[in-house]
Design a protein around this ligand. Sequence first.
Ligand SMILES: Cc1ncc(COP(=O)(O)O)c(C=O)c1O
Length: 462
Amino acid sequence: MAETRYASLIAELEEEYTQRFARSAQSDARASKVLVDGATHMARYYTPFPFRCQAARGAYVWDMDGHQILDFWQGHYANILGHNPPEITAPLAAAFADRWGLQSGFPDELEEEVGTLIARQTGAERVRFTTSGTLATMYAIMLARAYTNKPCILKVGGGWHGGQPWALKGVSYKGDAYSHLESEGLPRSVEGEVMLTRFNDPEELTTIFRQNGDRIACFILEPWLGAGGYIGATPEYLRIARELTAKYGAVLILDEVIAGFRFRAGNLAALYGVQPDLMTLGKIAGGGMPLAAVAGRLDIMRLVGRAGGRRVRFDGGTYSAHPATLLAAKAMINHLVNHEAEIYPYIAALGEKARRGIEQTFAIHGIVARCTGDANAVVPGSSLAGVQFPINGKDVLDCPEDTQNPAKCDIVLRERVLKLGLLLQDVNVAHGLGAISTAHTEADINRLIVAVEAVAARVARA
Ligand SMILES: Cc1ncc(COP(=O)(O)O)c(C=O)c1O
């Protein structure tokens, strides 16, 4: 229905966009002849086609048509220091000039240094590296199943843990629930072994554990939902998740691929006072390079090693613990540790300014917009934000069942109209906004608000 309501506005926006990004349109047409849908990652794709990036620095990217675009996607939220920050590129350039950087295939001291940094900043007893968050969550689940000798995985409806079999159930909202498989070609066991629960619903979690505790190997969740709508776990929910997993002998896996190093120079769960059994890290921790890790309790992690009989084959990965990747991770983590007191309040203040500014700007035009991503009782500030448009203006929309449900939230306005409308003002957002980096300034947020104003006025007119 919403699609029809905006049909002529979307057609206008697409027409303007296609003209404005003409060279990208040509590149997209060529790409579509060799790449499926002209793309590699559908999170980077939108209709009619994504612009082609040619350079990226700080808060901005430059495209093939010569636009300078203010960016809040920031490398899938990995670039907390902005695009290509000198803090990371300088040590990489120096290393490459001195016989170091591409894969050597030998262990090196950096591996130990970055492992030590991660363990120190997260309270983990052991760390193992891999190349993507997807692989990290897969290995964490394998560890949990082997450790507990139980088959089932409990995850949150709307939670995204990468494109691996146990994570490909209940990610996108279909019909009126999160209960379906996301893909064909999965092992048949996924259907029955992956169970779903509502985020921030301690009563349902308690019931599920009471009824199925003897079968649940792990509960995997993000302490701060990313794709599900930028919503923080309530302190009560994480506390109960910790208590129930301990009581029923399940492994608590906190997926901090987005949250890790986003709210402090370490894992977010530390702010909640919750220590998971295992955590997964990626994005920011890799400093813009493909590094991910599983980190956690020694008695679980040892299953991958000799002392644990190598019961879990957390192995492979020609490019795992890649030298340049470790160098970027070391530079990033050290920078965040050394500047923690300035960085996190700064990006959180900009996040707050953006959230309130967006809401007020839409309100002026009679449109109710509610930003998710707000701080809570234990997380003092947040640099993430999504924009939700409640169909019923009074609805709060604070769970994935609401933010992804077209009957409750105007998803077309968020994902198509706002996205294209802002791109026409040279501003790039994800799900309404995205992530703030240290490269963003107050002036950038003001510029964002001016662009939002133009879109809001256009929507109001339409
Ligand atoms: C919470 C979470 N877990 C896991 C992943 C998968 O990580 P990757 O894309 O590095 O495979 C993502 C990616 O967006 C994520 O947001």
